[in-house]
Design a protein around this ligand. Structure first.
Ligand code: A3P
Length: 292
C-alpha cells in the first residue's frame, strides 16, 4: 500500500540493512560512537527474541514505583534503542538517573570498540532462532516499515541467508557471545524466562547488583506475564498508529510461546535449518536451553 511504501526506507551500515523509519545514517553514527559510562546497562537482542519483555522486567527491577503508578512513559522511551533516531538522543540528554539503560539490536562489531575495557553490564537475550524466524515473519506483516516478503518460504530463505534487516541471526549471536569473556556479560534466554521465570529474573537482578525481596519478585513475575503485558494498553502497542503497525494484520504480543515454529516449518525446511545451525554454531561452546 501507499502508506507502507512511504515509510519503507532502508539504511545500511556495512553489509547490514536497518529500517529507515527507525534509523538514519546520523543515528547510526551516534550509536557507533556512543561514549558508554561504567554504570550503563546495555540490553542486546536480535529482533523478536523477547526485547520488550526484558525491557519491561528491567524497568520493573529499577523503578519499584512503576507497578503502583502504572507509569505512562512507554518502556521503549525509558529504555531507548541506541541506534534509533529522536527518542534516544532526547532521553539520554535529559537522563539524570543512574543507571542509564539502553537497548540495541546492532551486532557486536559495531559497538565493541567502545564497550571493551568498560564495566558496562551487557544483558544478551537469546531465543530459539526457529521461533525468532516465525515471530519476525509475522512482524514483517504487522509493521509497515518492514520489507514485504512474498511468502513464508521466501522469508525463510532470506532469514537463513542473513538477508533480513539486522542481518544474520547467526552472526549476531556468534559476534556477541564470542566477546562475552571480554565484557561484563550476562545471557538470559526466552526459554528460561518462559520455563523458570522466578530463577531467571532473580539471576538477572543479581547480575545487576539488585536485591529483590521475594514479594517484589513475585510482583514482577505477575506484571511481566504474557497475559498481563498483552492486555495492558500502556504496554501492548495497541495505541500506536495504524500507519506504523497494521493492527488488522496482527498483534505485537502474538503467541508468546516456545516451539511455535513447528506449525510453520516444512520437514525440508527443518532439515535445512538444522544443517545451517550446526555448521554456523559449531564453534560456539555455549549451552542453550532450546532443542531444535
Ligand atoms: P511471538 O511473535 O512469538 O509471540 P521482541 O520484543 O524482541 O520484538 O520480541 C517479541 C516476541 O516476544 C513476540 O513473540 C512476543 O509475543 C514475545 N513476548 C513479549 N512479551 C512476552 C511475555 N511477557 N511472555 C512471553 N512472550 C513475550
Amino acid at each position: 500500500t501507499e502508506i507502507s511504501s512511504r515509510i519503507k526506507v532502508t539504511e545500511v551500515i556495512e553489509d547490514i540493512s536497518l529500517p529507515g523509519y527507525l534509523c538514519t545514517q546520523e543515528s547510526l553514527r551516534i550509536a557507533t560512537n556512543f561514549q558508554f559510562q561504567d554504570t550503563d546497562i546495555l540490553l542486546v537482542t536480535f529482533p523478536k527474541s523477547g526485547t520488550i519483555w526484558v525491557q519491561h522486567i528491567l524497568s520493573l527491577i529499577f523503578n519499584k514505583d512503576d507497578i503502583q503508578n502504572q507509569s505512562t512513559i512507554p518502556t521503549f522511551v525509558k529504555i531507548p534503542w541506541l541506534e534509533h533516531k529522536q527518542v534516544f538522543k532526547s532521553v539520554m540528554e535529559n537522563e539524570k538517573s543512574r543507571p542509564r539503560i539502553m537497548t540495541t539490536h546492532l551486532q557486536a562489531k559495531f559497538l565493541i570498540p567502545n564497550l571493551k575495557n568498560s564495566k558496562v553490564r551487557v544483558v544478551y537475550v537469546a531465543r530459539n532462532p526457529k521461533d525468532v524466524l516465525v515471530s519476525f515473519y509475522h512482524f514483517h506483516k504487522f509493521a509497515n516499515f518492514m520489507p514485504d516478503f512474498s511468502s513464508f518460504d521466501d522469508f525463510f530463505d532470506q532469514f537463513l541467508e542473513g538477508k533480513v534487516h539486522y542481518g544474520s541471526w547467526f552472526n549476531h549471536i556468534k559476534g556477541w557471545l564470542g566477546v562475552r569473556h571480554e565484557l561484563n556479560f550476562f545471557v538470559i534466554t526466552y526459554e528460561d524466562l518462559s520455563q523458570e521465570p522466578y530463577q531467571a529474573i532473580q539471576s538477572l537482578a543479581k547480575f545487576l547488583g539488585q536485591h529483590l525481596e521475594p514479594e517484589y519478585l513475585k510482583s514482577i513475575l505477575y506484571h511481566s506475564t504474557f497475559s498481563f503485558m498483552s492486555q495492558n494498553d500502556q504496554l501492548n502497542f495497541s495505541t500506536i498508529s495504524c500507519e506504523i503497525y497494521d493492527h488488522s494484520k496482527g498483534k505485537f504480543f502474538r503467541k508468546g510461546m516456545t516451539g511455535n515454529w513447528k506449525e510453520y516449518f516444512s520437514q525440508d525446511q527443518d532439515v535445512r535449518f538444522n544443517n545451517v545451525y550446526q555448521a554456523e554454531m559449531r564453534e560456539l561452546t555455549f549451552k542453550f536451553p532450546w532443542s531444535l
